[in-house]
Design a protein around this ligand. Structure first.
Ligand code: CP
Ligand code: NVA
Length: 309
């Protein structure tokens, strides 16, 4: 069994295997309906438990579909309804119980330590459904979407991120090392990726470019990514932060700095960081991006159960 916690800790060849599997599986489902099970029912009989300590629309729904398509069953639990959430049961006991009833555990939480503690106590795989430090399922799926649309390996593309240095960007940076692509970041000075991430890049002999001018960051981009300025776990002064990002809004004049066939991606939910015309315009692929979560997460599950073809 394997965990899926942080992309930086997963070998590049395994990430590529997940993407290849997702491509094959997606192709085979063209004529099937949402809840039709894949012919090989690779996770038949498995019980998967998803737990959310914070809001989610896409992750919970796309995993629900993914699990069903693999022939497994799932339950979604709210942390606040468990004894663990109320502090009446220890994490170790809860992990034992999850391992007794379940075959896999998936967790969205505000605590990276909690994921780590669970991983030490569980006897079943754990998948990170978003934590303060990363959003691995989202970003691996986004790499899939980029390659699907551009019909090229991501290593041949210029990727730009305009926005905050948050969990999604951390995962994108991790993939820039794994898949060796050029990553430009546009953000205000005080919101640059932290030093430990820059050091990690250095250790891995990769460079990213960080610009204060969003137009410079967007120049020649094949893909522009963004995300909310204020993330769910963000304790910053929201009004100030939004003001600080005022000149980083992705609008049609910023899009013009990129290549003519640039695409715009955003994991959603969105805030004011992107104009309505760009978000809903002909460069945007955000709905295809959201749908692909289903396909890639299926292959992530198969990776965890060591069932990738
Ligand atoms: N992109 C994403 O993870 O969305 P949710 O927060 O709705 O799950
Ligand atoms: N960075 C965002 C992503 C939401 C899917 C957050 O953590 O809230």
């Amino acid at each position: 069994m394997k965990n899926f916690i942080n992309l930086k800790d997963i070998p590049a060849k395994d990430l590529r295997k997940i993407l290849n599997d997702a491509k094959k599986r997606k192709k085979k489902r063209k004529k099937l309906s949402t809840l039709d099970v894949d012919k090989d029912r690779p996770l038949k009989g498995k019980m998967l438990i998803q737990m959310y300590e914070k809001q989610s629309s896409r992750t919970r729904l796309s995993f629900h579909i993914a699990i069903n398509q693999l022939g497994a069953g799932s339950i979604i639990v709210k942390a606040s309804e468990l004894h663990l959430g109320k502090g009446e049961e220890s994490l170790a006991d809860t992990a034992k119980i999850l391992s007794t009833y379940g075959d896999g555990f998936m967790l969205r939480t505000d605590s990276d330590k909690k994921i780590e503690d669970f991983s030490k106590n569980l006897k079943i795989p754990i998948i990170n459904l978003l934590s303060p430090s990363s959003h691995p399922c989202q970003v691996l799926s986004d790499i899939f979407t980029v390659e699907e649309i551009k019909k090229k390996p991501i290593s041949k593309l210029n990727i730009t991120w305009i926005g905050d240095s948050n969990n999604v960007l951390n995962s994108l940076i991790a993939t820039s090392v794994k898949f060796k692509f050029q990553l430009n970041i546009g953000c205000p000075k005080n919101y640059r990726p932290p030093k430990f991430i820059m050091n990690w890049l250095k250790k891995n002999k990769r460079k990213i470019k960080v610009y204060n001018d969003p137009k410079k960051a967007a120049k020649n981009a094949d893909v522009i990514f963004s995300d909310k300025v204020v993330s769910l776990n963000d304790r910053a002064n929201k009004a100030k932060k939004i003001k600080d990002f005022k000149n980083y809004r992705i609008n049609s004049s910023l899009i013009k700095c990129a290549k003519r066939d640039v695409i715009f991606l955003h994991c959603l939910p969105r805030g004011n960081e992107v104009s309505e015309d760009v978000f809903l315009g002909n460069k945007s692929r955000v709905w295809q991006q959201a749908l692909n979560r289903v396909h890639v997460q299926k292959s992530i599950l198969l990776y965890c159960f060591e069932k990738l073809r």
